[in-house]
Design a binder for this molecule. Structure first.
Ligand code: NAD
Ligand code: DAU
Length: 337
């Protein structure tokens, strides 16, 4: 049995990861360690919660005593660190919690992992650490770090700390850097779910600046299968970029969502740009494709349709979130976990 601490497993990517992996790996025992911030939602894990290779612990990655207890109790030998404050706009409004969780929290986790002689520590990172591209080129693993937002600066710091624990202490660290994810269970502050939900509610769709900022989109399951590959076969001390070669200007995605929902483009509203808004991201994922034999399996046209359908069919999930009702619900349901 592999006892794996998955942090941040109640968020978007982490919950998709757990739901998929508990079914797929009978030899994995997943301990989901999550603080349940505004972005953490145990409802995302309904299909896993009764599985005997899954366990939830409510906790903050800054809490070294609790982490030490959990590492001992479950004999943790593997860590996959998804836990983070993840939204760029929020980091612009206030960076402190990003520093606390993404940098200090990662350091706490690394330190406990080091003391417990673990066999692998996978740090889930982002292409945003590389900064912004012009019209040409792609980010490779050797592109110099040049983060522009407090969010990406905090993630770059965490990557460097993780790699330093490998270099200095021999901690078996691997780092993944992925492009923009989309799919079911994404918190409706991010572009794609926000636009779907606003369109369904006939509300304005706020497009930042000229709408021509480009992101490189990947379906969440493709990202998670890449993480699985790196977890199983990735070489210690290495960084692996993950992307699906699917660049799109934001406005094109917004128009596509409106078209698929049969809504008018009149709902589009160009608003003030995000301060320091990165213009373009594009990922070169040759390394993971050639060294670890991974490739994305989902075509954007199919996976975006599936994603839109998921939000159409899971209104209750997002209505509870946007009404704020879920915060109270959690306290009642899970307050004592
Ligand atoms: P998310 O915001 O949906 O989920 C984050 C999860 O972390 C939540 O469940 C939250 O409760 C938990 N968390 C936050 N602070 C914590 C703390 N101090 N202790 C324990 N748990 C805490 O984020 P996401 O979009 O699922 O992203 C997951 C990871 O993947 C992040 O590290 C992010 O930087 C990275 N990433 C995201 C994307 C993307 O497109 N969303 C792309 C590349 C990389
Ligand atoms: O590239 C990976 C990163 O992708 C992850 O590391 C982050 O955790 C994740 O949040 C995401 O960051 P972005 O800033 O790219 O995602 P977001 O969904 O916030 O925005 C996508 C693009 O859409 C970006 O150019 C800003 C724009 N946008 C976003 C929102 C929320 C709008 O035009 N209007 C909006 O209302």
């Amino acid at each position: 049995m592999k006892n794996i601490l998955v942090t941040g497993g109640a968020g978007f990517i982490g919950s998709n990861f757990i739901n998929y992996m508990v079914e797929r790996h009978n030899d994995w025992y997943i301990i989901n360690f999550d603080k349940l911030t505004y972005a953490g939602n145990l409802e995302n894990l309904r299909s896993s919660e009764n599985k005997n290779n899954y366990h939830f612990v409510k906790g903050d990655i800054n809490n070294s005593e609790l982490l030490e207890f959990v590492f001992n109790k479950f004999n943790i030998k593997y860590v996959i660190n998804f836990a983070a404050e993840s939204h760029v706009d929020r980091s612009i409004l206030g960076a402190e919690v990003f520093i606390r969780t993404n940098i200090l929290g990662t350091n706490t986790l690394l330190e406990i992992a080091r003391r417990n002689n673990i066999e692998k520590f996978l740090q889930v990172s982002t292409d945003e650490v590389y900064g912004s591209l012009g019209a040409d080129g792609k980010f490779s693993e050797t592109t110099p770090l040049s983060p522009n937002s407090p969010y990406s600066a905090s993630k770059a710091s965490a990557d460097m700390l993780a790699l330093s624990y490998n270099h200095t202490f021999g901690l078996p660290v691997v780092v993944t850097r992925c492009s923009n994810n989309y799919g079911p269970l994404q918190f409706p502050e991010k572009l794609i779910p926000l636009m779907i939900i606003n369109a369904l509610n006939n509300k304005k769709l706020p497009v930042y600046g000229d709408g021509m900022n480009v992101r490189d989109w990947i379906y969440v399951l493709d990202h998670n299968k890449a993480i699985e590959k790196v977890f199983e076969d990735g070489s210690t001390g290495e960084i692996y970029n993950i992307g699906a070669d699917q660049e799109m200007p934001n406005i094109e995605i917004v128009k596509l969502i409106l078209k698929k929902l049969g809504k008018s483009e009149d709902l589009i509203e160009y608003v003030k740009d995000r301060p320091g808004h990165d213009r373009r991201y594009a990922i070169d994922s040759t390394k993971i494709q050639t060294k670890l034999d991974w490739k994305p399996e989902h075509k954007f046209e199919d996976a975006i349709s599936y994603t839109i359908d998921w939000y159409l069919n899971n209104k209750e999930w997002w209505e509870r979130i946007i009404s704020g009702e879920y915060l109270q619900y959690y306290q009642e349901q899970y307050g004592n976990i």
